[in-house]
Design a protein around this ligand. Structure first.
Ligand code: FES
Length: 135
């Protein structure tokens, strides 16, 4: 698990009281509640996510994932820099930049070089779909 005891890590994450469980490509992780999904990815892999080509501002779409919430009946595309993590999230597809950054944590769950479907294509309609945004 990531070391969150350093002052730098404490400043990066929004205050949280507990960790929640999410599933990424079939592998389970514990991440801090009340943070964006991209911050949760940073919690999982603090040595790679900060060096990814992420704008952290809903522009680049390199953080796009296909995600199903615990109360959803199907997966939907979201921007992980915009969407808050929640217990039971199930991420079934990820943009290549995320796969590259999380590859060592995902192990065999990480897809090969060419990821599937529209998750790799830019989609400006996502702004309307991320209604659970915390600003
Ligand atoms: S990090 Fe650029 S859109 Fe999310």
């Amino acid at each position: 698990m990531a070391d969150t005891s350093t002052p730098l890590m404490d400043e990066i994450f929004r205050p949280y009281e507990k960790l929640v469980e999410i599933t990424i490509l079939g592998k389970t992780f514990l991440v801090p509640e009340r943070n964006s999904l991209l911050r949760a990815f940073q919690f999982i892999s603090p040595e790679t996510i900060p060096y990814g080509r992420f704008c952290w501002n809903q522009e680049c779409q390199y953080c796009k994932v296909s995600c199903q919430l615990s109360d959803d009946d199907q997966a939907r595309p979201i921007l992980s820099c915009k969407f808050l993590v929640s217990d039971g999230m199930n991420i079934s597809e990820m943009a290549p930049e995320l796969v590259g950054c999380l590859r060592s944590k995902l192990g065999a769950a990480a897809p090969a070089a060419n990821p599937p479907s529209e998750i790799t294509k830019p989609d400006r309609k996502l702004d309307n779909q991320n209604e659970k945004l915390e600003r």
